[in-house]
Write a protein that binds this ligand. Structure first.
Ligand code: 5GP
Length: 130
């Protein structure tokens, strides 16, 4: 059965999309640690990051860097942190989290956003990606 993230890539489940290329896809996390919390995923469905082939791993990091640079420009934060966990969704994803303190990195401090806020944040980030 396809992962929830494969369904997002295929447009079967809606998302606030940030970026896409041939191999990778970025969208806002639906339960964000902070405004602008974004997930970057390979289109290839693999559960664990250490099981990615080297090209996909390196490509995912390059794609995440590009998206992370746009987040740093678009969102008021000290820096963008990177985390990979994967205990909830078995499809590799890089968390890009705008950080203003350690609380934003803990996954215990969540922010609640309206649909309009998600749309505005996604537009702000998207507009900074070439
Ligand atoms: P992890 O697997 O790294 O523990 O966390 C999975 C992340 O995916 C969580 O931060 C969760 O909020 C996010 N997530 C789970 N389901 C969905 C979904 O359907 N849409 C979006 N945009 N994010 C999701």
């Amino acid at each position: 059965m396809p992962s929830i993230f494969t369904k997002i890539i295929n447009g079967e489940i809606p998302c606030y999309k940030i970026a896409e290329d041939e191999n990778f896809f970025a969208f806002l996390d639906i339960n964000p640690n902070a405004k602008g919390h974004t997930l970057c995923i390979p289109k290839k469905e693999v559960d664990k990051i250490m099981d990615l082939d080297e090209d996909t791993y390196m490509g995912l990091m390059a794609f995440s860097r590009k998206v992370g640079q746009a987040i740093e420009e678009a969102i008021d934060c000290q820096r963008v942190g990177i985390t990979v966990i994967g205990l909830e969704v078995p499809h590799v994803h890089v968390h890009l989290i705008p950080l203003n303190g350690m609380k934003d990195a803990t996954f215990q401090n969540k922010v609640s956003l309206s649909q309009e806020e998600f749309i505005t944040i996604a537009e702000r980030i998207k507009s900074r990606i070439e």
